[in-house]
Write a protein that binds this ligand. Structure first.
Ligand SMILES: [Zn+2]
Length: 312
């Protein structure tokens, strides 16, 4: 195993609640001029399972979530709303103001709360489950900007092809899937976290001529899910996973991923600040130790808010 970028040094600070963030980096665009980068596929990690992915021509967000609320606010059932100023900051930061799509793995609030606002602000189409569609409808996003996908469906987005594979959510809350079930009606924020029902979870395989990546938004295990899909890089959510060997057996080995990038291990009840804290219960040591048995696999830990070239 080669471990790269192990230091977690986010360039971006935020505060709990919707107060605008003030740091000297706020308006620094992450990405240099598109034409200078020759079509490489690049990613910016936004904390949790949130990514911005672009090849210079086409950009998209996956599970973008930056309205981080404290554990008490979530646990006590405070009504949450997307923090629009912070979303605007992240759109500037990632350079995603012309994003084509917002892909959503499932409709828990830490994946779907902000997604319609990223779509509304950029003109992107939001793509996900029927529950995710109802999150979008609750924000008055027009129906032509909402696409409901089915298991195995492929969506062309520029040179990218996204394949949605029905997977399972991790049993992240005392051995159970938190807030299971569907969102059956348009969900208008502010709303409690518990209103953002899981709505089915999808693994997203994103293929591009430069390389293929997997976004695994929740660490549940669905045996034989990847019997046909091979990827170069796997973004794996670590929160709520059973253990790393199960990820190796059921995701990394069958997809033949040679690069693994952990996501969704940060404590999203805390603001993104100079040093990320780890989500309680997520054993990073076990992850790195388990991965060290596979020297052919590169483990890359991204810094929040910093561009990384995925496929050059
Ligand atoms: Zn979830």
């Amino acid at each position: 195993m080669r471990i790269t970028n192990l230091r977690i040094l986010p360039a971006f600070a935020t505060q709990t609640g919707c107060a605008p963030t003030q740091t000297e980096h706020d308006d620094d665009p992450v990405l240099p001029a598109e034409e200078a980068r020759g079509g490489a596929v690049r990613v910016v990690w936004m904390g949790t399972a949130g990514l911005y992915v672009t090849d210079g021509d086409t950009g998209m967000y996956i599970d973008p979530f930056v309205s981080r609320y404290g554990l008490l606010q979530v646990g006590l059932g405070f009504r949450l709303k997307p923090c629009r100023d912070r979303i605007d900051q992240w759109i500037r930061k990632t350079g995603g103001h012309r994003a084509s799509a917002v892909l959503v793995s499932h409709s828990h609030y830490d994946h779907a709360l902000d997604a319609p606002y990223f779509a509304a602000k950029t003109g992107a189409v939001i793509i996900g489950s029927e529950s995710t569609a109802n999150v979008a409808r609750g924000t008055m996003l027009p129906e032509e900007k909402i696409r409901v996908i089915a298991d195995g469906e492929r969506v062309r987005i520029g040179k990218f092809t996204a394949t949605f594979l029905k997977s399972v959510h991790s049993p992240a809350l005392f051995g159970r899937i938190p807030w299971p079930g569907e969102i059956t009606d348009p969900l208008r924020p502010p709303a409690r976290a518990s209103a953002y029902r899981e709505g089915g979870t999808y693994a997203i395989v994103l293929a591009h001529p430069k390389g293929t990546m997997l976004h695994y938004g929740s660490a549940g295990i669905q045996p034989d899910l990847f019997s046909r899909e091979h990827v170069d890089a796997a973004f794996l959510s670590l929160g709520g996973r059973k253990d790393t060997p199960s990820l190796l057996t059921h995701i990394i080995a069958p997809t033949k991923a040679r690069q693994v990038i952990p996501i969704h291990f940060d404590n999203f009840f805390k603001p993104l600040k100079s040093r990320l804290s780890i989500l309680p219960g997520v054993n990073m040591k076990e992850f790195y130790q388990s991965m060290s048995a596979f020297p052919e696999i590169t483990v890359t830990t991204l810094s929040v808010g910093r561009e990384a070239t995925l496929f050059s």
